[in-house]
Design a binder for this molecule. Sequence first.
Ligand code: ADP
Ligand code: MG
Length: 363
Amino acid sequence: VALSRPRSIEALPDTLISQIAAGEVVERPASVVRELLDNALDAGASEIQLRLMAGGVRQILIEDDGCGIAAQDLPRAIQRHATSKIRSLHDLESVLTMGFRGEALAAIASVAALRIITRTQGASTAFMLDAASGEIEPAARAVGTSVEVKELFFSTPARRKFLKSEATELAHCVEALRRHALARPDVGFALWHEGKLQHQWRSAEGRSQHGDLDTEDEQRMVEVSATALERRLADVMGPEFMAQSVPVDYSEGGVRVFGRAGMPTHSRARADQQYCFVNGRFVREKTIAHAARSAYEDVLHGQRQPVYVLYVEIDPALVDVNVHPTKIEVRFREGRLVHAAVRHAVQQALAPSSAQVAAAASA
Ligand code: ADP
Ligand code: MG
């Protein structure tokens, strides 16, 4: 409906600006989980615990053992466009932290009840911030941060209507956790739903502390980060994937590609088990997806989709991560270099099993 007469132009109130912006960042509980996991990792956490109620709609509680937030910074943590992660355009051009927009906590606070309890090293106590009242008071916890998000979209019923069943929302939260767990095998993750432990993926360090290593030899092995990665891949992707995939490790043109590629026999009807990480960030990126699929063109027929977990490491100055509010899309300055590296990496990894497929076909 067009306006018949011009109406006065007014600046939007701050809360409404946040609610509009929140639409881009916070779509469902899993988006909140993703942002909070990003923050915990950026804070240098080595153990992260996630507790959900009702698929994350009623409550999301995340606890980390990261660096915490200084009391005097707490009010700014929930302020829009306030961040500790970048200071200048120059910083943005080679950013390695997950966050940098300073939007997530402000967005979450505008569509849910948000409380932060945090403590820094050397502080005499922890502090709690209630986003609704803005009040800060002393609290108790060890060094690190707890963020509690309750009643998502309680103030925006129109958005709440778009939420799916509890089981579906939980599945999306688990998927967000899987992506972070795959991205960071050096960090321990655990997820409880309605008080029940659903997933626990320990770090190499967490394992040795919990004594589930068989031999001293094995203990020494987990020091090697490649082994930590294999273990995490096994934990998150499952034994079948490990048995039906081959290791990838390849460099070309300044691009390193590693991880595991599923053998052609392990393909799926849908592209739902394809994980790509660029400099530790989970992404959906057409160049990588196309390159990976093209590596299978001779061995995987029709509409079948490969399964893979690929890590791409490249000079951060050659990647633009500031393309999309959720940062799930990235843009490469040298897309062709990345395409060639990924394609060749997967082709080389598959070469022995491809030869088998070819032999079986000609037999
Ligand atoms: P961004 O991550 O883009 O900086 P956020 O809104 O997600 O923006 O967070 C705002 C700020 O709050 C961060 O820059 C960081 O300084 C602080 N912060 C948020 N979560 C944590 C956490 N778990 N541990 C330590 N600091 C945090
Ligand atoms: Mg953030």
